[in-house]
Design a protein around this ligand. Structure first.
Ligand code: NAD
Ligand code: DAU
Length: 353
């Protein structure tokens, strides 16, 4: 089998390429990635050099190139996207890049996939397409939950889901879709909460905790899933999921940002051999505009149909993740990208307390 993975030099895509090559060693893998600020070929060190892996630096919006690259491919797993919410709330040149890569890119890619004879297109998406949940809402997101995206990033991903479903409907094209909650693990670009906060602490700086209009810091809740569990779930949906179906994926690990940062400070205190506390290591900063309150995914469908559930407890997965970023390998990786990774909120963040 020959599979193409778009966005395979990014965080989840690179974890997926490594996972797939480890578990399907006879397959040929084509990695397609534009290497934007969020793509790092070093994420695939030890893999992209192998004879059964081909790396193609290309933009998924480039239809003619996609047609050529996808010739002979059986399966496309589509991760490539602009992914950082704060960036989508930045200057319009940044915002429009989300619409371009995530909507136009997906439309171009799925069309090229069909034209090239690819037999299965798997689209990787997010729970942010559903908007947010009230803190006390007993219901969670699920596969038929109404779409109500609330940031340009979420809008672009919602539109990309619609593009894929409409294309499948119109041309009877075989697709599957997954919508997943927040991932954590190695190789995540340090613009996202976990790697950004670890990188700040390693540089003797303070974590920036977004604080709501009522002055409550870190109140927002995310449902965290280890990236390895996400990769296993995607592979299972591809191999055993029903064609045309959507599956929700999540970690069943809802945590407020405040609680997560407290846990991080405990682990990092041991590593840095000094006591890190909310008082000495965290700055409460102005909120993200339109900040989604809470995400959580109901896993009934994927559990019932495919028997999947996360293997990692948050405690274990998070400990291993912090250990990876603070290891010599993790610190070298962070240092290698410090000049490439843009931090849209840096130097603009207003301390509120
Ligand atoms: P990431 O930002 O780490 O990586 C994205 C990759 O896509 C990068 O390698 C980048 O170079 C590449 N890319 C961007 N635009 C491209 C283009 N036009 N053409 C070719 N390549 C391009 O992202 P991630 O966190 O690994 O997310 C991967 C996918 O998973 C995204 O579709 C995202 O919406 C989805 N997702 C992410 C999470 C999460 O918590 N990170 C959760 C659910 C779903
Ligand atoms: O739910 C899935 C989504 O999770 C993915 O689709 C996105 O691609 C991914 O970026 C992630 O979105 P979030 O906005 O939830 O992730 P982020 O790490 O940016 O923020 C997590 C929470 O932490 C959020 O409530 C905002 C807050 N935050 C974030 C940063 C970067 C802070 O308090 N301080 C920070 O410095």
């Amino acid at each position: 089998m020959r599979i193409a993975v778009t966005g395979g030099a990014g965080f989840i895509g690179s974890n997926f390429v490594r996972y797939w090559m480890d578990t399907n060693p006879a397959d040929e893998v084509v990695v397609i990635d534009a290497l934007t600020y969020a793509g790092h070929l070093s994420n695939l060190a030890g893999y992209h050099e192998r004879p059964n892996c081909q790396f193609v630096q290309a933009d998924i919006c480039d239809y003619q190139t996609m047609l050529k690259v996808l010739a002979g491919v059986n399966l496309v797993v589509h991760f490539a996207a602009e992914t950082h919410v704060d960036r989508s709330l930045g200057a319009f040149e940044l915002e429009r890049q989300f619409y371009r890569s995530n909507i136009e890119g997906t439309a171009s890619l799925i069309r090229a996939s069909r034209e090239a004879g690819v037999g299965h297109f798997h689209h990787v998406s997010t729970d942010e397409v559903f908007g947010d949940l009230a803190f006390d809402d007993p219901q969670k997101f699920h596969e038929t939950y109404p779409y109500n995206p609330s940031s340009p990033y979420a809008v672009s991903k919602a539109a990309s889901d619609h593009v894929v479903r409409a294309f499948a409907h119109t041309y009877n094209y075989p697709i599957t879709i997954t919508n997943c909650t927040n991932n954590y693990g190695p190789f995540q670009t340090p613009e996202k909460l976990i790697p950004r906060s670890i990188a700040l602490l390693l540089a003797n700086q303070k974590v920036k905790l977004y604080t709501d209009a009522d002055g409550i810091p870190g109140r927002n809740i995310r449902d965290w899933l280890h990236v390895q569990d996400h990769c296993e779930a995607i592979a299972l949906v591809i191999k055993k999921g029903r064609i045309g179906e959507t599956y929700g994926i999540g970690g069943e690990a809802e945590l407020s940002n405040f609680h997560l940062v407290e846990t991080m400070l405990d682990i990092m205190s041991e590593f840095l051999d000094r006591s890190l506390t909310i008082e000495n290591s965290v700055e409460f900063v102005a909120d993200r505009p339109g900040h989604d309150r809470r995400y959580a995914m109901d896993l009934s469908k994927i559990k019932r149909e495919l028997g999947w559930q996360p293997r990692y407890s948050f405690e274990q997965g998070f400990l291993e993740t912090v250990q990876w970023y603070t290891s010599p390998e993790g610190q070298a990786w962070l240092a290698s990208l410090s000049d490439r990774t843009s931090d849209v909120r840096a130097n603009q963040e207003q301390v509120v307390a």
